[in-house]
Ligand binder design. Structure first.
Ligand code: ATP
Ligand code: LTN
Length: 332
C-alpha cells in the first residue's frame, strides 16, 4: 500500500507566474515529490469568477503547465492536471454548495475584496467559489494543502464543511491541514518592499518568462533604502529593500546572509543589485528555455494533461461515488 501523505494545491491561470510564485511555492513543490503523493492543478474554473479573455485563458493554462514542468515538477512523479478536465470538481462542488452556509460565504474576505473590485460583475460563482475550492481539495483526501496566507480562510471553511458532512454521514472526507510556508518564503516587490511581489505591480515583479535584459533593468531599479549607508547589511526592519534582495540572492545561490555581507563588503548597492539580477537571470534561464521548448511540443503537453486528468479522475471519482451514495443518489 502507498503510505505517502497526500498533498494538493491549485493556482489560477489568471496571470503569468513570477519569482514570488517560484521561490515561495513551486520550487518547494518540486522538492516534495519524493516524500508526498502530489496533485497540482490549473484552477481554470475558478478564474471565470472574474471575466477572462478566452484566448488568454487558454494560452495561460498551457503556459502555466509548461512552466510547472520546467520548474522541476516532474509529471511522472506528480499528478498535473487542468481542473475543468476532471468533471468531479463541478459535481462535488454542487453538492458542497448545499452544505455551505450563506453566512459562511458572506464572511470570506476574498469575496469582499473581489466584489468591491468588480462591482459590475458580482456573480454567483464569485460568492460560492469556496464550495468549489472545498470540492477541489476534498476529492483527493489530502493531508496537506500548501497555500499562501490569503487562502487560509478558504481552507478553514473547507475543514468546517468536511466536518459538517462527516458529522451527518460518517467518515467520508479526510480533514486536511493548510500548509503555509514560513515568512522567509515571502518575496517582496522590487519597487515596494513592504508588499509581496505580485503581478498586479508589474514594475516590481520579475516574471519567469521575462527576457534577461528586462530582469536586469528591474533589479537595477530596485528600491534599496533611503539612508546613505550604501552597505549590504541584513536588517529587515531598517532596510527592507536590501533585506529582500538579500533573501532573493540567498534563495537562488544558497548563500547565507553572512556570506553575502562578506561578498559585498565595501562595494555598495551599485555592485550588489546587478549581481542579484545576474543570479536570478541564471536561475531562470534554464526554466525559461525549457518552458519555451515544452510549449512548442503540443503533443507532449497534451499527453501530460491527459494522463494527469485520467489519474486525478480515478481518485476523485472514488470520493464522488461515496458522497453520492451517502446522500441518496441512485448509482449510475
Ligand atoms: P497576485 O500576485 O495577484 O497576488 P499570486 O501571484 O499571489 O497573485 P496565487 O495564485 O495566490 O497568485 O499564488 C500562487 C502561489 O504562489 C501561492 O502558494 C502563494 O503563496 C505563492 N506566492 C505568491 N506570491 C508570492 C510572493 N511574493 N512570495 C512568496 N510566495 C508567493
Ligand atoms: N483559491 C486559490 C486557488 C485554488 C486552490 C484550490 C488552492 C483553487 N482551488 C484548492 C489550493 C487548493 C487561489 O486563489 N490562490
Amino acid at each position: 500500500m502507498d503510505e505517502k501523505k497526500v498533498m494538493l494545491s491549485g493556482i489560477q491561470p489568471s496571470g503569468d507566474l513570477h519569482l514570488g510564485n517560484y521561490l515561495g511555492a513551486i520550487k518547494n513543490w518540486a522538492e516534495r515529490a519524493e516524500s508526498f503523493d502530489c496533485y497540482y492543478f490549473m484552477a481554470d474554473m475558478h478564474t471565470i469568477t472574474v471575466r477572462q479573455n478566452p484566448a488568454d485563458l487558454r494560452r495561460r493554462t498551457l503556459e502555466q503547465l509548461a512552466q510547472y514542468i520546467a520548474c522541476g515538477l516532474d509529471p511522472e512523479k506528480n499528478t498535473l492536471f487542468i481542473q475543468s478536465h476532471v468533471p468531479a470538481h463541478a459535481e462535488l462542488g454542487w453538492v458542497l454548495n448545499c452544505y455551505t452556509m450563506f453566512g459562511e460565504l458572506s464572511r470570506m474576505t476574498q469575496f469582499k475584496d473581489k466584489s468591491a473590485k468588480h462591482k459590475d460583475n458580482i456573480n454567483g460563482g464569485l460568492f460560492t467559489y469556496p464550495a468549489l475550492m472545498a470540492a477541489d481539495i476534498l476529492l483527493y483526501q489530502p493531508d496537506y494543502v500548501p497555500v499562501g496566507e490569503d487562502q487560509k480562510q478558504h481552507c478553514e471553511l473547507t475543514r468546517d464543511v468536511a466536518q459538517r458532512f462527516n458529522h451527518i454521514y460518517g467518515d467520508v472526507f479526510k480533514i486536511p491541514e493548510p500548509y503555509i510556508p514560513k515568512a522567509g518564503a515571502r518575496v517582496m516587490g522590487l519597487t515596494a518592499p513592504d508588499s509581496k511581489m505580485s503581478k498586479s505591480i508589474p514594475e516590481g515583479c520579475v516574471f519567469l518568462m521575462e527576457k534577461p535584459e528586462d530582469i536586469q533593468r528591474k533589479f537595477k531599479r530596485a528600491i534599496t533604502d533611503s539612508d546613505t549607508e550604501n552597505c549590504v547589511r541584513y536588517a529587515p526592519a531598517e532596510k527592507p529593500g536590501v533585506a529582500n534582495l538579500m533573501n532573493i540572492y540567498s534563495a537562488v545561490t544558497g548563500r547565507t546572509m553572512e556570506e553575502i555581507e562578506a561578498e559585498f563588503a565595501g562595494q555598495g548597492y551599485g555592485k550588489f543589485k546587478p549581481a542579484v539580477g545576474d543570479a536570478v537571470i541564471e536561475t531562470l534561464r534554464p526554466i525559461r528555455e525549457e518552458a519555451q521548448r515544452i510549449l512548442k511540443d503540443k503533443a507532449y503537453l497534451e499527453s501530460v494533461y491527459k494522463a494527469g486528468a485520467e489519474k486525478a479522475s480515478y481518485v476523485a471519482n472514488k470520493t464522488l461515488r461515496k458522497v453520492y451514495k451517502k446522500i441518496g443518489f441512485v448509482a449510475r
